[in-house]
Design a protein around this ligand. Structure first.
Ligand code: PMV
Length: 318
């Protein structure tokens, strides 16, 4: 039996989360150490489409109802790609298995990666290739189910698989990277509900529009400084940008004790900069380390209560 495998990797927002929802730029990077992997094979004629979510220990069947929110979102990913690759044709009979090493609801793009892997797997199994921008649109549609009104940064970086400069409503730019960047991610173990933190910022903006605009502008400036630092491989300047971004996100009200504790631990262990990454109020933080210092930062994060850590390297662009 022919099995088609496809995958998509995690992502982290290096700079600019939340402000990106309001039109400021942001920088996101792929995290290849964590992936969602999908296997697709033909099912018996008439079996329809089944999804086995191994990590959740659940099985979902297209057309069956009711499903939980994970099933709803995976089936939506299937529906989206089917409409794209075989509109008007009879639906194939497929069994799709999904496995992921990306923690759910931690700001690492688990939903976008699962959705991208499903779309890639089905399309490849049917012998059809989906251009990257169209794949990103399909993934965006499932992100809307998960997060309400996402900026589009998660689907973009997950589908590009490169460091990107992203501004809502504009074509993403591949980010010039002047030197290697070593990142250490610390997971608080606390779910980060992006739609809640985005709603929190929105409510604050309604109450205090001028203060929030000033913070969002401040984040936009920091992202621009970070881009310049990345282009020339100036890790000290990038670290300062990350520290400043974290301070602005704290003022915006989307950090939390667990995130602040890990950020402080990373800095004490010699990180050049550290900040929350993603929606915040839980989820992950990200630290910039030297290649030699990464293990020490990782140990400090675990010592300070991190649930999990990931070390990831961004290579210079050619
Ligand atoms: O999906 P997360 O948790 O990485 O958050 C995305 C970043 C936000 O800027 C908070 C929301 C968005 O849609 O860009």
């Amino acid at each position: 039996m022919a099995i088609t495998r496809a995958s998509a990797c995690a992502k982290a927002i290096l700079l600019g989360e939340h402000a990106v929802v309001y039109g400021r730029p942001a920088i996101a990077v792929p995290i290849p150490a964590r992936t969602a992997v999908v296997e697709v094979h033909d099912a018996a004629p008439g079996a329809g489409i089944g999804i086995v979510a191994h990590d959740l220990n659940r099985r979902y069947q297209r057309g069956a109802c009711p499903v939980d929110s994970d099933g709803e979102f995976m089936l939506a990913a299937v529906e989206g790609v089917l409409q794209h690759v075989c509109p008007g044709r009879s639906c194939p009979d497929l069994e799709i298995s999904v496995r992921s090493t990306i923690p759910i609801a931690r700001g690492l793009g688990s939903g976008a990666a699962v959705s991208a892997a499903i779309a890639r797997g089905i399309a490849a199994h049917l012998g059809i290739s989906i251009p990257q921008d169209q794949l990103s649109e399909l993934v965006f549609a499932t992100e809307c189910l998960l997060h309400g009104t996402p900026s589009g940064i998660d689907n973009t970086v997950v589908c590009c698989e490169s460091a990107i400069w992203f501004r809502r409503g504009q074509a993403p730019e591949l980010l010039p990277v002047g030197g290697p960047i070593t990142l250490v991610i610390g997971d608080t173990g606390i779910p980060s509900r992006t739609s809640e933190s985005v709603a929190r910022v929105r409510r604050r903006g309604e109450r205090e529009p001028e203060a929030v605009e000033a913070l969002l502008d401040g984040i936009g400036d920091v992202v621009a400084r970070g881009r310049a630092a990345i282009a020339v491989g100036d890790l000290q300047a990038l670290g300062r940008a990350m520290d400043r971004d974290h301070a602005l996100l704290q003022e915006l009200g989307v950090s939390g004790t667990a995130l602040d504790t890990l950020v402080a631990a990373a800095r004490e262990a010699g990180a050049l900069g550290a900040k929350l990454s993603g929606g915040g109020m839980g989820g992950c933080m990200i630290a910039l380390a030297t290649p030699q210092g990464a293990a020490h930062v990782e140990a400090a994060l675990l010592g300070a209560g991190a649930h999990d850590t990931i070390v990831s390297q961004i290579e210079p662009s050619a």
